[in-house]
Design a protein around this ligand. Structure first.
Ligand SMILES: NC(=O)c1ccc[n+]([C@@H]2O[C@H](COP(=O)([O-])OP(=O)(O)OC[C@H]3O[C@@H](n4cnc5c(N)ncnc54)[C@H](OP(=O)(O)O)[C@@H]3O)[C@@H](O)[C@H]2O)c1
Length: 325
């Protein structure tokens, strides 16, 4: 089969469209004929092997899984002996273990949800990691409630475009932080107020937000604290573009957040997410119910997946980017 694969860590130039063996499935796996695949910063992390800590999982010297891409949407081609929820021909979405920038991908059954008929393959591919991260950040980590003042940084990117819509659906008043060209998109997503980060900082209105969902990840925790109300919950989703050292941007969530919370008052939370089928199912319901709409702004053919990753790596993507097969 055709796939976008790499033999060594590095920039998008290490990726090649080439013929690789179709993945073999185990008894608990599903082979998916891929129709669309999502692009998210995790793809860049596993492509470059930076920050270095990820290599403990992905391979010390070279990527153990050569094909890139994790979010997948497609049609079931084959199922393993223990699989009970799917049969060939079913339409599914979720995350895979073999790389989704390919004609076929292998996914564990427990990482796949049924794709609702009202969802396109592109929407479905855009949803698992970014939508799942946003849902867990808004609902489980930040615990957004009706009437709260919620600030979201990185509001118009992959995770943010879901988070703004979700926070609004919970009845919050949402302030979106984005660059100068994204204000219209932020308002389309439902933001009540918009802060253009080139003109004002998030603490310009004083300590007013009950919840901050920091997706852009490029502000100090001290600045987030100054914008937060005294008992605020501050959910740290992103680590910005720091890929250096062992932990890169993950050090904010893993090392800085617990110490920042010890001061009392505001609570800093590591808002990392897990790939959960119940979360994918919930997102499918919200999308078909019209509560949330994936904001797919760019679709690249398989051969141009490296360009999709380069675009995302510039750090100013609007909504979600997908690869179509
Ligand atoms: N499992 C997890 O924990 C998990 C999962 C997914 C993502 N993440 C992390 O979350 C972060 C964001 O992911 P993503 O998929 O949303 O990335 P993305 O699609 O690249 O979006 C990033 C957004 O940040 C905005 N931005 C850049 N500089 C900014 C600034 N100074 N202030 C406010 N916004 C700014 C950009 O918008 P402008 O054009 O307006 O600048 C862009 O839309 C990454 O660090 C990623 O690693 C974590």
């Amino acid at each position: 089969m055709k796939a976008i694969a790499q033999d060594r860590y590095g920039p998008a130039d290490v990726l090649r469209l080439r013929d690789v063996p179709t993945p073999r499935i185990g008894p608990d796996d599903v082979l998916v004929e891929v129709r669309a695949a999502g692009v998210d910063p995790g793809v860049w992390i596993f492509m470059t092997g930076r920050p270095y800590a990820v290599r403990a999982a992905s391979g010390l010297r070279r990527p153990r899984v050569p094909v890139r891409g994790r979010d997948v949407a497609g049609v079931v081609a084959e199922v393993g002996a223990n699989v009970t929820r799917f049969r060939p021909g079913d339409e599914v979405f979720g995350t895979c273990r073999s790389g989704s920038y390919a004609e076929f991908a292998a996914a564990p059954e427990n990482r796949l949800a049924s794709k609702p008929a009202g969802m396109t393959f592109e929407q479905a591919a855009a949803t698992p990691i970014s939508g799942g991260t946003a849902l867990q950040a808004v609902r489980d980590h930040a615990r957004v409630e009706k009437g709260q003042q919620v600030l979201i940084t990185g509001a118009t990117g992959g995770v943010g475009s879901f988070a703004v819509q979700l926070a609004k659906s919970y009845g919050a008043t949402v302030t979106a932080v984005c660059g100068p060209t994204k204000a219209d998109l932020a308002r389309t997503l439902g933001a009540d107020e918009v802060i253009d980060y080139t003109g004002a900082e998030i603490d310009s209105g004083g300590p007013r937000y009950d919840v901050i969902i920091d997706i852009a990840g490029c502000r100090s925790l001290a600045l987030l604290r100054r914008a937060a109300a005294p008992k605020a919950r501050i959910a740290l989703v992103g680590g910005g573009h720091d890929s250096g050292g062992l932990l890169g941007g993950f050090s904010r969530q893993l090392l800085q957040a617990p110490f920042a919370s010890m001061r009392g008052g505001r609570t800093f939370i590591n808002a990392g997410s897990r790939e959960r089928v119940d979360v994918f199912d919930e997102l499918g319901r919200l999308i078909t119910g019209g509560v949330v709409t994936p904001t797919v702004t760019r679709a690249y053919p398989l051969a141009e997946a490296p360009d999709a990753i380069r675009y995302l790596a510039e750090g100013h993507a609007a909504g979600k980017v997908v690869v179509t097969i």
